[in-house]
Design a protein around this ligand. Structure first.
Ligand SMILES: Nc1ncnc2c1ncn2[C@@H]1O[C@H](COP(=O)(O)OP(=O)(O)O)[C@@H](O)[C@H]1O
Ligand SMILES: [Mg+2]
Length: 259
């Protein structure tokens, strides 16, 4: 991939009565791990969905590897935002991971040997090889999230978009996801991950995109994670300690609530 993996140029998106993104311009270099941060309602999910090309833009343009998003579907791996609602679907872990192969295999053809191999490999990567026939409804939230992560791996894309994959997930699973993301990036692939965990983003990501409907800042954590940027985005006082640890004011705690 030459040129940026993703380019947003003056992107604005209305959701109903609300301007969810206002005139956002930024470039995600190929091979970068970008953390998307900002309070609830700041447009993180909207940005990811406009990169996927599943939202109409009110203005501006999105390019993915130099193409329109609709012509770049084969490049994406996507972990959508989850609500903590129970998943009452009569689906096995295996079925969900196989959904990641539909694009390659077609909706109505039986899965081929390669698809099955890749799905098996993906489940193994998230430590659930033994659970492939478990129904998703009887798994813990963290295990369910591993299944959705495996589905994204099975998509075999070169640009992974993750919408708050760590929310509500146990520490061990978070660690696993960070390892898998590091390996993914190690293959030269690109990651855009929305997150509420500023500390984790600061250590795992090489760039941050700070949103508050508009773009507050974009760049390496050392340059973007400043008190004034955080105040601008979160509208409250967040302290940065000397060790760059972020201590939140007690009265303002991002709950990781779902939208
Ligand atoms: N279908 C919709 N109609 C109207 N407003 C919406 C819709 N979907 C989301 N919103 C609102 O748009 C804003 C941006 O949402 P979102 O991109 O989900 O923010 P984030 O992911 O950062 O929490 C939020 O205030 C959200 O409530
Ligand atoms: Mg969101």
């Amino acid at each position: 991939m030459t040129g940026p993996a993703v380019r947003l140029d003056g992107v604005s998106v209305w959701l109903g009565e609300r301007l969810a993104l206002r005139d956002v311009t930024c470039e995600v270099p190929a091979g970068a791990f970008v953390g998307l941060i900002g309070p609830n309602g700041s447009g993180k999910s909207t940005l990811l969905r406009s990169v996927l090309g599943i939202l109409p833009l009110a203005g501006g343009s999105v390019e993915v590897a130099g193409r329109a998003p609709s012509a770049a579907r084969d490049l994406f791996a996507y972990v959508p935002q989850r609500s903590s609602l129970e998943l009452d679907l009569p689906l096995r872990a295996w079925d969900i991971v196989m959904m990641g192969r539909i694009r390659h295999n077609g909706l109505f053809k039986p899965a081929g040997r390669v698809d099955k191999e890749i799905a098996g490999w993906a489940l193994e990567r998230v430590g659930l090889a033994e659970r492939r026939n478990s129904s998703i409804g009887e798994m813990s939230f963290g295990q369910q999230q591993r299944v959705f992560f495996a589905r994204a791996l099975a998509q075999q894309g070169s640009i992974m978009l993750l919408d708050e994959p760590m929310n509500g997930v146990d520490a061990k699973t978070q660690e696993l996801f960070l390892e898998l993301l590091a390996a993914f990036q190690g293959e030269g692939k690109t990651i855009l991950m929305a997150t509420h965990d500023l500390e984790q983003a600061a250590s795992a990501c090489d760039m941050l995109c700070i949103l508050d409907q508009r773009l507050v800042a974009f760049g390496p954590p050392s340059e973007t994670l400043t008190e004034s940027n955080l105040r601008e985005a979160y509208g409250v006082h967040l302290h940065l300690s000397r060790e760059d640890h972020i201590l939140e004011d007690a009265h303002h705690h991002e709950t990781g609530g779902q939208r």
